[in-house]
Design a protein. Sequence first.
Length: 319
Amino acid sequence: MADLSPPMPRAGVDYPKTSGQFRDWFGTEEACFGYLAGLRWPAGFVCSRCGGRDYWRTGAGLWMCRGCSRRTSVTAGTIFERTRTPLRTWFAAVWFVTAQKNGVSALGLQRVLGLNSYETAWAWMHKLRQATVRPEREMLSGLVEVDESFIGGVHRGMPGVGPDKISILVAAEHLDHNRIGRVRLEPGPIDRRLALVKFGQRVVAPGSTIRTDGARQLRRFADLGFQHEYFTQLGSDVPAHVNMPAVHMAASQLKRWINGTLHQGISREQLAYYLDEFTFRFNRRTAKSRGLLFYRLLQQATNTDPAPLKDLVIPHDSD
Ligand SMILES: [Zn+2]
């Protein structure tokens, strides 16, 4: 069978290899528009009305079809739609964000880009986090550990969980030699009955093996098209991280990342964004190239529905 997957992007050709190259490539708005167009139309411009491929560029970021004269903005339908900020600044933000091993705070972004307000920096961070979610994300497969973990001391007064604990649902691929593959994380819902079962069904491909603890309701996995392995903790002196090393590792890295990145409380609403960013970084942790992360994040940003600022929850007591 022919391999139909897109070719791997190449350093120095498809994405900048160094900071010097980054500056050389993206010095003008035109260059940034051109780069976005390449990500959006990898096989060349296609008119969404008539399918025509010939175009003129008629204005900043505008592609006009020669066949039917429809004008398409290269940023329409992306997180950059209707932005008043130069694309060069956005690109610099993405480049900066992808360099930070442990994620970046809104405050850091504000300083580096010289943004006037913390609120602006915060909104940018969240737009970029939104782009880290691939709409067509693949399901986990093989042997997948599924468990609930808790992070503490994050926010107060949430119903359904302890005063300082937030439930996180974690699924992690357990590879050979106890290596860990891809992960998925979601905030646990307030109604926790069957939350893990529904989560597993959402993120794990049917036919995979799901490993959990011995909770009775989790045995439903066996009836839902999965191989189910479970173990009981009761009377066992085997600690949880031996049976579920992948989930344990993902959860402990998440906690370290949150402690190192966030210096203020986060709400349940914001937590979903942070988990998406963590997942994006974790699943690409072996991608050594900063340029490749830059490419992937921009690629996803051009395939993301725009989030108007009013839809984002902005914290009141920002530092
Ligand atoms: Zn057309």
